[in-house]
Ligand binder design. Structure first.
Ligand SMILES: Cc1cc2nc3c(=O)[nH]c(=O)nc-3n(C[C@H](O)[C@H](O)[C@H](O)COP(=O)(O)OP(=O)(O)OC[C@H]3O[C@@H](n4cnc5c(N)ncnc54)[C@H](O)[C@@H]3O)c2cc1C
Length: 318
């Protein structure tokens, strides 16, 4: 089969806050970056409504509009932004090979991976309907919108426990829905939840439907999976905290990753186990998962790529 080929100095995979920030820095360092957007140009923030915690937007901004600003800024300095999906890689030797849409092979002196993560959802049609209108997968991002209101959170792991206690500081009451008769969270996190007065735990409870008035969430219909008893809990916010999946499958076997698939980078660095390959944003951050931290590590990745190339050039001169 005919294979298109191209060589670039700096290839960026992903167009969320990490990828676009890496592009801004790489373009300004004259690395002539080429960025592939993947199937979600703009990344996770294009799937939300208001973003109020990104510095520089005192009135807040809609997620898709903010990502348009990121794109324009990356383009202004000469980044080539292309629609395409990285389907496989070969990091066995430099230059590194990345195949786009199974047809085009790009060789790159440096690769910046900014493929992000995907929040896991329950898969209910009503969850999709009210996503951004009371349904959220990020308590730190959206908890503030529900100040002094009653909310529910689904999940039983450490993240769910942490997000429940975060919400409990802002909201009047937090209903925590746990599918089994016990938590998966560590004992320490469980203690924090159990000692928080305004968290009510509903064990053996599954969400059947997010109830709303057509515009916003007004409640959730839940069922006890032991007694089959159904009830509606009145809440204005519904948080899903059942985990994230980093978009890193294509790097399996090449890059070090943890058991969930988060890429492992060197301490204080975005350097992966392969020289010249850097990872930033939610693909390597399972702790903070914020746009501003993704942008921060995107900046680090571009600076490290630039330093790596400069060191290589120096090596060939002497
Ligand atoms: C509903 C919701 C609301 C949120 N609200 C906020 C908020 O208010 N404030 C905040 O700070 N954070 C918020 N977040 C978190 C924030 O969106 C993420 O932390 C941030 O987007 C991570 O940026 P990223 O660049 O690492 O990855 P992402 O935004 O996940 O972008 C990943 C990019 O990689 C691309 N990609 C993936 N695989 C491939 C591939 N194989 N080839 C090419 N491209 C690929 C995708 O198309 C996408 O463009 C929210 C998240 C969600 C889900």
């Amino acid at each position: 089969m005919y294979q298109e080929k191209e060589h670039v100095q700096c290839l960026i995979i992903g167009s969320g806050p990490a990828g676009y920030t890496a592009a801004i820095y790489a373009a300004r360092a004259d690395l002539k970056p080429v960025l592939y957007t993947g199937i979600v140009p703009g990344g996770q923030l294009t799937q939300t409504t208001d973003v109020e915690n990104f510095p520089g937007y005192p009135e807040g901004i809609m997620g898709p509009a903010m990502m348009e600003d990121f794109r324009k800024q990356a383009e202004r300095f000469g980044t080539q932004i292309r629609f395409g999906y990285a389907t496989s890689v070969d990091f066995s030797q430099a230059p590194h090979k990345v195949v786009i849409d199974e047809i085009k092979t790009i060789t790159a002196d440096t690769v910046i991976i900014a493929t992000g993560a995907t929040a896991k959802w329950l898969g209910l049609p009503s969850e999709q309907k009210y996503n951004g209108f009371g349904v959220s997968a990020c308590a730190v991002c959206d908890g503030f919108f529900f100040k002094n209101q009653e909310v529910a959170i689904v999940g039983a792991g450490d993240t769910a426990a942490e997000e429940a206690t975060y919400l409990a500081k802002l909201c009047s009451k937090v209903h925590m829905l746990v599918r089994r008769d016990e938590f998966r969270a560590s004992k320490a996190m469980q203690r924090r939840v159990l000692n928080t007065a305004n968290i009510v735990i509903h064990y053996n409870t599954e969400t059947q439907e997010i109830v709303g008035d057509g515009l916003n969430v007004t409640g959730i219909r839940v069922v006890n999976n032991k007694t089959q008893e159904e009830k509606v809990i009145d809440v204005s916010g519904f948080f899903v905290a059942i985990g994230h999946k980093p978009n890193t499958d294509i790097f399996k076997g090449w890059l070090d990753m943890d058991e969930t698939g988060y890429l492992i980078t060197k301490s204080d660095s975005t350097q992966t186990n392969i020289e010249g390959v850097f990872a930033c944003g939610d693909a390597q951050d399972k702790i903070f998962r914020q746009a501003v931290t993704a942008a921060g590590t995107g900046c680090m990745a571009a600076l490290e790529a630039e330093r790596y190339l400069a060191a290589k050039e120096y090596e060939t001169v002497i």
